[in-house]
Write a protein that binds this ligand. Sequence first.
Ligand SMILES: Cc1cc2nc3c(=O)[nH]c(=O)nc-3n(C[C@H](O)[C@H](O)[C@H](O)COP(=O)(O)OP(=O)(O)OC[C@H]3O[C@@H](n4cnc5c(N)ncnc54)[C@H](O)[C@@H]3O)c2cc1C
Length: 308
Amino acid sequence: MMIAVVPVREGVLPAGTDDTIAECDGRVLLVGSGVDQVDLTGRARAVDLMEVGTVEVGRWARQLAPILGAIDHVVLPHCPDGRDLAPALALQLDRPLYSGATAVSPSSVLLARSGGRELHGVRPFGPFVATLQPGIRGAESFDGEPEVRTVRADTDTASGHHAVTVELLPPDVRTMDLSEADRIVGGGAGLDSEARFTQLARFAEDVGATMGATRVITDRSWVHHDKQIGTTGVVVDPTLYLSFGISGAVQHTAGLGNPDHIVSVNTDPHCPMMQMSDLAIVSDANATLDELARLIADRDTAATETHA
Ligand SMILES: Cc1cc2nc3c(=O)[nH]c(=O)nc-3n(C[C@H](O)[C@H](O)[C@H](O)COP(=O)(O)OP(=O)(O)OC[C@H]3O[C@@H](n4cnc5c(N)ncnc54)[C@H](O)[C@@H]3O)c2cc1C
């Protein structure tokens, strides 16, 4: 039997929750703060709720271990909290950890390695902990209300050394996980140099977005692979996607999720990316970025003069 273990912060679920629950056939344990605020109707069959307060992965792992000891296969979403909790849990349970899987079953785990270019198949010999990459598997719907149980966290196991949360900072759009970004600015081969991606990242920051790129760009090492959007990169699901010089190959768009709005700049009005855009701007993406940088600089200068 497999169970999804999903870390919750103040009632908010992380990216990859639905994939992980679906992979575990609808069985999930929600652990964290505000777990009783989460409604998984139609998204799970059986839900265990374990209220354990703010994120302290060492303490959480010790509190979870007695409950999960009887369940052989534990799967967490490969989100930031899942990636922190999974190794602590594997250590407590004395099990192997399979991190960054694209598919998990009791008898087989597929792991994406070498920046997504290789898939490694593993045949586990016994119990394990795994993390599942968000967005690849997709969600499943389950009929009716899920069966909900409250699980009491043992406070005796909570003592000991562990990292504690000192302060919670809002995500920094420059460094945040692409899979969690609400606004993304993507760049492709229509941008003419590595320096353009520094300019693109600055523009992204100016509009409160995170920068992503196509595989052509990450293969040139102009941008690190963890910024590659697509089937062999990061699967994203922003509400707004702004694309600059991207053709919209299926391997890219299949990893785009379902944005509410897509705006594209491209010299080819007929390419797939332009066809799927709400606003398709036929223009040189490099010149457009220069112009946007100039407009933002003018705006900032005007704002400084107003405050002076
Ligand atoms: C197994 C496999 C896995 C893959 N996985 C991924 C993946 O995860 N992610 C991914 O992105 N790709 C992936 N690819 C690659 C994918 O097939 C495409 O090659 C890639 O997405 C194309 O990137 P691009 O749009 O930047 O480049 P191109 O397809 O070369 O498109 C460049 C675009 O820029 C436009 N353009 C050119 N000059 C300008 C200009 N001056 N101003 C504005 N527009 C301009 C062109 O009209 C064109 O539309 C994968 C391929 C394979 C075979």
